[in-house]
Design a protein around this ligand. Structure first.
Ligand SMILES: [Zn+2]
Length: 271
């Protein structure tokens, strides 16, 4: 194990890594190295060889993703979180997409804070972290906190059965929680809308197409995420339905494609 003297920036990066569990190098480059991928990768390599973090296997031509190690956790005794867990590769794409959405929302609202799924999970069992605890029946992918306003954020990279959306929206509605959905497959948007209609909870549910057209290259260029995603409202839904512009019923075919890399998929009908 190589020796490395931890700098302030390393300590901050380890904090981000602990809160998120896994992070792609490009976000660390954007957040801590003024966007210099090369400098970020050099530094991460050093920290990796010194045992603070490890490289996470992704997919073919996938991004460089890192996760904290026990030594990285020890460097941040101020952060109360459980042991760094191993991430199942099947969930990795979803996890990274959540980072993408969070980055996008935090850039749009620099005053806002984000609670990661990892922080939420930990807070359920740790009395020191009650401030992060939410008595919600459903644990979202993240919570966006802006002033006194809290929004449950859900990122859909695959489509769940309608029944499941009904249960989730019902759980949120029960406690008056507002949920914002960032959905990749069109059929997921349709089902969530349908569930919101059935439960009559439109006021609590907002659905956005993800990724917005300007962020499609975000994997390559994190800086490109400034434009806001377009909200997918019920009136837009009804209008499109009436004018027949909506492709209904073919969405299920998109799901396998999504699972294998939705960034290749173009779906411009809501842009
Ligand atoms: Zn704690």
């Amino acid at each position: 194990m190589g020796a490395v003297e931890l700098q302030k920036r390393d300590v901050a990066m380890l904090g981000s890594l602990l809160r998120w569990g896994v992070l792609p190098a490009w976000y660390l480059a954007a957040w801590y190295f003024d966007g210099s991928k090369r400098r970020a990768e050099n530094r991460l390599g050093l920290l990796r060889r010194a045992g603070y973090l490890r490289r996470v296997e992704t997919w073919w031509r996938g991004p460089l993703v890192v996760a904290p190690m026990e030594r990285g956790r020890a460097a941040r005794p101020d952060i109360c979180l459980g042991t760094p867990e191993t991430v199942e590769s099947t969930r990795l794409k979803h996890r990274l997409e959540v980072v993408c959405v969070a980055n996008h929302l935090l850039r749009a609202d620099p005053q806002a804070r984000w609670l990661t799924e990892r922080q939420l999970r930990h807070a359920q069992v740790c009395d020191k972290c009650v401030a992060n605890r939410r008595a919600w029946r459903r644990r979202p992918d993240g919570v966006l906190i802006s002033g006194t306003r809290e929004t449950a954020i859900e990122v859909e990279t695959t489509t769940k059965p309608l029944k499941q959306y009904l249960a989730i929206l019902d759980a949120y509605a029960d406690q008056g929680v507002e949920s914002h959905w960032y959905t990749v497959p069109t059929v997921a948007q349709e089902r969530i809308l349908q569930a919101a209609e059935v439960l009559d909870v439109h006021d609590l549910v907002h659905i956005w197409h993800w990724p917005p057209v300007t962020t499609r290259l975000e994997y390559a260029r994190p800086g490109a995420a400034d434009a806001a995603g377009r909200s997918y409202t019920r009136s837009a839904y009804v209008k499109e339905k009436r004018s027949g512009h909506r492709r209904v019923g073919n969405g299920d075919q998109q799901v396998p494609g999504v699972a294998h890399g939705h960034h290749e998929q173009q779906n411009d009908q809501h842009q």
